[in-house]
Write a protein that binds this ligand. Structure first.
Ligand SMILES: Cc1ncc(COP(=O)(O)O)c(C=O)c1O
Length: 777
C-alpha cells in the first residue's frame, strides 16, 4: 500500500514528534478531506457573493462613467483607474489564486466560467496571433497568469507603450488589458463586469493600480492556475501563449517542431516542455491536485525575477538577495533561432544560486561564504587523482593531430577494460565504446540519434535535474517523469512505466526510450536486480531503447554495494532465461559511463556509451566530432586507467572517503532528529525537511530553500528540481567539501533546522494563546 510518507521516516518522525504536514493522504474519504471539501463549498459561495458584490459596484460605477472624477490618478504615473474596477480585478484574481485544495473538476469549471466571462466581454475571436509586444509592457507575473494568458491573445499593434513599473500581477495584466485595441471601443451595456472594464477604460494609458503592491496579489498562488486552465481550455491559439516562457522572455519554443500535446513544464528547473503526469492513480483527486499544483506553482515562483524573488523570501536579510538574482532576459525578441532562444537562460534558477555560492565558498578566512552542496561533484580524492594525472602528462609527439572522433583506440581500450573489471561484469569490446565530452554529450547525441523531436523519454522520478535540459533544449525530446507508486523507496515497477506510457500516448507523445540512472541521482540508492530485469523486459516488449546511466557505478559504499548490477549483465541474464531476445538487447540496450563522478574529473569532460547497435556506432563516428575529447586529455586518462593497481586502490579509497563523509553528514542529521533516505552509493543524501515547510507545497519548499541559503549559507537542491512528487525533500551532495568543512556545513544546517523548529514552536504557541484569549473573551 503506497503511503504519502516514505517508510524510512515514519518511525523516527513519530518518535520525534515532528511530523510534517501531510495534508490529505491518498484516501480522500478521510475526515481531513471531507472537511476540506466542506470548506470548499462554503468558500465557493462566499466567493460568488464577493464577485456579485464587485459586479454591482462596477455596474454603479458604469452609470457614473461619464464623470471624469471617477478616475483615480496613480501616484507618480500618468496611469488612471477606477476603484470599483480595481476591486473587480482583485476579486477575480483571488478567485483564481486560492482554493488549491479544491477538486480539479470544480476548479476547472470555475476557471472556465471566469475565462468565458472575460472572453465574452472582449467580443473577439480568440487565438489571433500576437503581433508586436514590448516586453516591459507586461510584468512577468502577468504573463504567467491565467488572466494574463487570456489577454496575451490581444493584438498589440495599436498599443501605446507605457513604462510598466515592476510589481504585482494586477499591474501587468491590467496594463495589457488596457492596451488592447478593444478597450477604446465602448461596448453595449452588459452585465459582464470585465466587459465593463473594457468599456470604461478611456485611454490606453489608463491602468489598474494596486494601492499596496506587495500584498494585493500573491504571485505564487496565481501561478498555480495556469496549467489547470491550459488543460481546461486547450483550444486554438494556445500555442501562441506557450511562446512566452516562464522567464517572461519571448520564446518560440518548439515552433520548429510544434507538438500539440506538449505541456509547459511544471518544474521550476525547466524552460523545456515536460510531460508531467504527476502522481499515479492511487492518489485521490485532491492529493493529485495538491501535488500537481505544487509543481506548477514552484515553476512560477522560480520564474520570478531575481530581485523580486530575493525580496520575497529574504525580507529583512537585506544584502543577501544578490545570491538569488536571476539573469534577466534582454527585454526584446531575440534575433536567434527558436532553438537558440530556448537556451538563452540557464536551465535552472538553482544553478545560478549554486554557481554564485561556488564562487564564494566558506572558509575560516571567509566566514560569510557559502557551503555549496547542490552540485554532484566530489573533491574527496583530488590528492590521489590529480597527483596521478600529473604523472601521466608525458605526451607523445603526435598528440596534436586528429584522431578517431569516437575516441582514440587507446582510451577506448582502457575504458572498456576498467568498466568490464570494476562494474559491468560482462565482456566489453572497445569497438562498442564511443567517447564524447561528458555523459551530457553522450546523452545529447543519443537523443539525437534515437528520438525524433516531440518523442518522449520515460524517466523514473525523482531524477537528475539536468536531464530535462539535456533532452529537450537541443533535441526537443519530451521528458516523461514516471512517478513510482511506492514513494517510500521510489523504485518503479513495470506497471508504473506502463501507466506513464499510456498517459503519454493519450497526450500524443510517443515514448521512444527509457532512461534509468543506477546508482541513482538524487537518491544515492541502487535498483534491485529484479527491478532492472522487470523494467528491461517491459521496455523490450514495448520496442523502446533503454539507456542506463551508470555514471556512479564505482561510487558505492556500505554493506549493500554488492547489490549493484549493471544493466548489461541483467540483459545477458534475461537472454539466458529467455525473457528477452539477444538481437533486441544488441539493438536497444545501452550503457553510459563517465569520468566526472567516480574519478572526480568533471572538468575533463569525458563520458562514453557502450552500445552494440551498429547504426548508433556509425552515427557516432559521423557526429562524434561535435563533442570529441581532446587527445591530450585522452592520453592522460588512458595512462591513468591502464594502471590497474592505481584504479583498484583509487576506487577503494574513494569509497571509504565517500562513506566517511556520508557518515559525518547523516550523523549530524540523526543527532538533530532529521530523517533522510539511507543511501549506499553516489554522493547524495536525500533529506526530509517536510516538517519545516510552512505548508505542504512547492512554493513553501522554495521558500525554505531560500531561507536556508540566506540564514545557514547552505545550498542544497530542492526536491522539486528533481521532479519529486512531494514537497519538502532536498538533495545534499556531501562530497563537495572535505570533512572539516563538512562538519561546519552540518553545524550551520542543524542550527538552521533548530531555529526553524523554534520559530514553528513560537508560532503555534502564539496561535494557541490567541485562541485561548478569544475563547475567554
Ligand atoms: C546521473 C548523471 N548523469 C550525467 C551527469 C553529467 O555528467 P557529465 O559531467 O559527464 O556530463 C550527471 C552529473 O551530475 C549525473 O548526475
Amino acid at each position: 500500500m503506497p503511503t504519502s510518507q516514505p517508510y524510512w521516516s515514519a518511525a523516527i518522525r513519530s518518535a520525534v514528534g515532528v511530523g510534517g504536514r501531510q495534508g490529505c493522504n491518498h484516501d480522500n474519504t478521510s475526515p481531513e478531506c471531507r472537511r476540506l471539501e466542506e470548506d470548499d463549498d462554503e468558500e465557493e459561495e462566499e466567493e460568488e457573493e464577493e464577485l456579485r458584490g464587485a459586479e454591482e459596484k462596477v455596474e454603479m460605477e458604469r452609470r457614473e462613467e461619464e464623470s471624469p472624477h471617477s478616475l483615480i490618478q496613480c501616484p507618480g504615473t500618468n496611469l488612471r483607474t477606477q476603484g470599483a474596477t480595481l476591486e473587480l480585478l482583485k476579486t477575480c484574481f483571488r478567485r483564481w489564486s486560492y482554493g488549491a485544495h479544491r477538486s480539479p473538476l470544480r476548479r476547472i469549471h470555475s476557471l472556465k466560467h471566469d475565462a468565458t466571462k472575460c472572453r465574452q466581454s472582449l467580443r473577439r475571436p480568440l487565438g489571433r496571433p500576437m503581433t508586436a509586444c514590448a516586453p516591459e509592457d507586461i510584468s512577468s507575473f502577468g504573463r504567467r497568469h491565467t488572466l494574463g494568458k487570456l489577454l496575451l491573445r490581444i493584438p498589440f499593434q495599436h498599443a501605446t507603450m507605457v513604462k510598466q513599473p515592476k510589481g504585482p500581477l494586477a499591474w501587468g495584466v491590467a496594463n495589457r488589458y488596457v492596451h488592447s485595441p478593444q478597450v477604446s471601443t465602448p461596448s453595449p451595456s452588459t452585465s459582464s463586469s470585465i466587459h465593463h472594464l473594457t468599456s470604461t477604460t478611456r485611454t490606453v494609458t489608463d491602468c489598474i493600480s494596486s494601492p499596496n503592491p506587495s500584498t494585493e496579489c500573491q504571485p505564487q498562488a496565481v501561478g498555480k492556475k495556469q496549467k489547470v486552465l491550459q488543460n481546461a481550455e486547450a483550444e486554438e491559439g494556445d500555442e501562441v501563449l506557450q511562446e512566452m516562457d516562464e522567464f517572461g522572455n519571448m520564446r518560440f519554443s518548439h515552433s520548429a517542431q510544434p507538438h500539440p500535446t506538449e505541456s509547459v513544464s511544471r518544474n521550476p528547473l525547466r524552460t523545456a516542455h515536460v510531460l508531467d503526469h504527476g502522481p499515479l492513480s492511487t492518489d485521490g483527486p485532491l492529493q493529485q491536485l495538491q501535488k500537481e499544483e505544487g509543481h506548477e506553482a514552484a515553476r512560477d515562483v522560480a520564474a520570478i525575477d531575481g530581485k523580486d524573488a530575493g525580496r520575497e523570501v529574504v525580507g529583512e536579510h537585506e544584502g543577501s538577495s544578490e545570491i538569488f538574482q536571476r539573469r534577466q532576459p534582454r527585454g526584446m525578441p531575440s534575433s536567434l533561432s527558436s532553438r537558440g532562444s530556448r537556451a538563452l537562460l540557464p536551465f535552472s534558477p538553482y544553478i545560478e544560486v549554486i554557481n554564485r555560492a561556488k564562487k564564494n565558498i566558506w572558509s575560516p578566512s571567509n566566514l560569510l561564504g557559502y557551503f555549496p552542496m547542490g552540485t554532484a561533484e566530489s573533491i574527496l580524492t583530488f590528492d590521489l587523482v590529480i597527483d596521478k594525472i600529473r604523472k601521466c602528462r608525458n605526451v607523445p609527439r603526435n598528440i596534436g593531430l586528429y584522431d578517431n572522433m569516437c575516441g582514440g583506440e587507446r582510451l577506448r581500450c582502457a575504458l572498456a577494460r576498467m568498466m568490464e573489471r570494476t562494474f559491468m561484469g560482462v565482456a566489453v569490446d572497445p569497438a562498442h565504446i564511443c567517447i564524447s565530452s561528458g555523459v551530457t554529450a553522450v546523452l545529447d547525441l543519443f537523443f539525437f540519434a534515437v528520438c525524433d523531436p516531440g518523442d518522449g523519454c520515460l524517466i523514473p522520478a525523482p531524477y537528475f535535474p539536468a536531464f530535462d535540459n539535456d533532452m529537450s533544449v537541443r533535441n526537443a525530446v519530451v521528458p516523461i517523469p514516471v512517478q513510482p507508486r511506492d514513494i517510500g523507496t521510489y523504485i518503479p515497477t513495470a506497471e508504473d512505466l506502463e501507466n506513464a506510457y499510456s498517459l503519454a500516448e493519450e497526450k500524443g507523445v510517443h515514448p521512444r526510450m527509457l532512461l534509468l540512472t543506477n546508482p541513482g541521482n538524487p537518491l544515492g540508492t541502487l535498483y534491485p536486480e529484479e527491478t532492472l530485469c522487470e523494467l528491461l523486459v517491459w521496455a523490450m516488449e514495448k520496442g523502446l531503447h533503454v539507456l542506463t546511466d551508470e555514471i556512479y557505478a564505482n561510487s558505492k559504499f556500505g554493506e549493500h554495494t554488492s547489490r549493484f548490477v549493471s544493466m548489461a549483465k541483467v540483459g545477458n541474464q534475461a537472454v539466458a532465461k529467455g525473457l528477452v531476445r539477444e538481437d533486441e538487447l544488441k539493438e536497444r540496450v545501452h550503457t553510459a559511463y563517465g569520468m566526472s563522478k567516480d574519478f572526480g574529473l568533471s572538468g575533463f569532460r569525458v563520458g562514453c556509451i557502450h552500445t552494440r547497435n551498429q547504426d548508433l556506432l556509425d552515427v557516432w563516428s559521423n557526429l562524434g566530432m561535435f563533442a570529441a575529447v581532446s587527445t591530450d586529455t585522452q592520453h592522460a586518462l588512458a595512462e591513468m586507467l591502464e594502471d590497474d593497481e592505481f584504479v583498484k586502490t583509487y576506487v577503494k579509497t574513494n569509497n571509504m572517503r565517500l562513506k566517511n563523509s556520508y557518515d559525518i553528514f547523516t550523523g549530524a542529521l540523526r543527532d538533530a532528529n532529521v530523517t533522510f533516505m539511507p543511501a549506499c552509493a553516489g554522493m547524495f543524501c536525500w533529506v526530509d525537511l517536510r516538517f519545516l515547510l510552512s505548508e505542504p507545497t512547492f512554493p513553501a519548499e522554495e521558500a525554505l530553500w531560500k531561507e536556508m541559503v540566506v540564514k545557514a549559507h547552505v545550498v542544497l537542491t530542492p526536491g522539486a528540481a528533481c521532479h519529486c512528487v512531494e514537497p519538502g525533500f532536498f538533495r545534499a551532495c556531501y562530497a563537495t567539501m572535505l570533512p572539516d568543512k563538512l562538519h561546519m556545513a552540518c553545524k550551520k544546517l542543524i542550527e538552521f533546522v533548530d531555529s526553524m523548529r523554534l520559530k514553528q514552536q513560537k508560532t503555534s504557541d502564539g496561535k494557541r494563546k490567541a485562541s485561548e484569549l478569544s475563547q475567554e473573551g
